[in-house]
Design a protein around this ligand. Structure first.
Ligand code: 13P
Length: 250
């Protein structure tokens, strides 16, 4: 459906001094991949990451941004700052940011709109907790998250957005959603997008799965029709594992 994109989310891992060599290693290991290969790094690692990615197929992304252009927002980073550094992707609304840093569907939408305005590709995260899944409200919750994230976004801009379905209970737990569970929700997300826009727009949007995706389980997940890639945490920190996943995305 959408273009295959495998993105690493390093989270709060790796040092700036390790970054240049590691991105070079990723570029070498993932050479010839038929998907887009992205490394999303902590802010302080972005400069060496961009430097290392120059002249390679690897694209660099940030893990967050602020929705205002500039001003008195101590500790925050704007879209212009990211663009100025050569950053192309930005993760928005990861469940860890929603849980620990008071990110809401409203701030996610503001960040999506700002990222698009400045030419960054947003990777918008959604996903349910175990409690929500067990209560049978997974699709209600995800429908709200998607509708709010895409509010006031035109169909032309919507096609540029990457959606990452990340069930919270599968993140960092080693407990992956089954291929069928992941496909069910990703397919439902595409239906929500079709209802907001149209089938052609929904089919053009890349929908990733994230949550303990690794070298061993990636092939089954990526073979599903509505899963167009992955957002990879732990397995993106080892270039060999990450390369198996990018190799499976075709
Ligand atoms: P893990 O792959 O470590 O479960 O993390 C997934 C994730 O949160 C990516 O954004």
């Amino acid at each position: 459906m959408g273009k295959y994109i495998i993105a690493g989310n390093w989270k709060m891992n790796k040092l700036p001094s390790e970054t240049y060599d590691f991105v070079k290693e990723v570029a070498e290991a993932t050479k010839g991949a038929s998907c887009e290969v992205v490394c999303c790094t902590p802010y302080v690692c972005l400069a060496p990451a961009v430097e290392a990615a120059k002249g390679t197929h690897v694209k660099i992304g940030a893990e967050n941004l602020h929705f205002e252009d500039k001003g008195a927002f101590t500790g925050e980073v704007s879209a212009d700052m990211l663009v100025d550094m050569g950053i192309q992707y930005v993760i928005i609304g990861h469940s860890e940011r929603r849980e620990y840093f008071a990110e809401t569907d409203e701030t996610v939408n503001k960040k999506v709109i700002k990222a698009l305005e400045k030419g960054l590709i947003p990777i918008v995260c959604c996903g349910e907790s175990l409690e929500q899944r067990e209560a049978g409200i997974t699709m209600d919750l995800i429908t709200i998250q998607i509708k709010k994230a895409f509010a006031n976004v035109s169909a032309a801009d919507a096609k540029k957005i990457v959606v990452a379905y990340e069930p919270i209970w599968a993140i960092g737990t080693g407990k992956t959603a089954t291929d069928e569970q992941a496909e069910e929700v990703c397919g439902a997300i595409r239906k929500v997008l079709a209802s907001l826009y149209d089938n052609a727009t929904a089919n053009a949007i890349t929908i990733q799965y994230g949550g303990s995706m690794n070298a061993g389980n990636c092939a089954g997940l990526l073979a599903k029709p509505n899963i167009d890639g992955g957002l990879i945490g732990g397995a993106s920190l080892k270039s060999a594992d990450f390369a198996v996943i990018t190799g499976a995305a075709k």
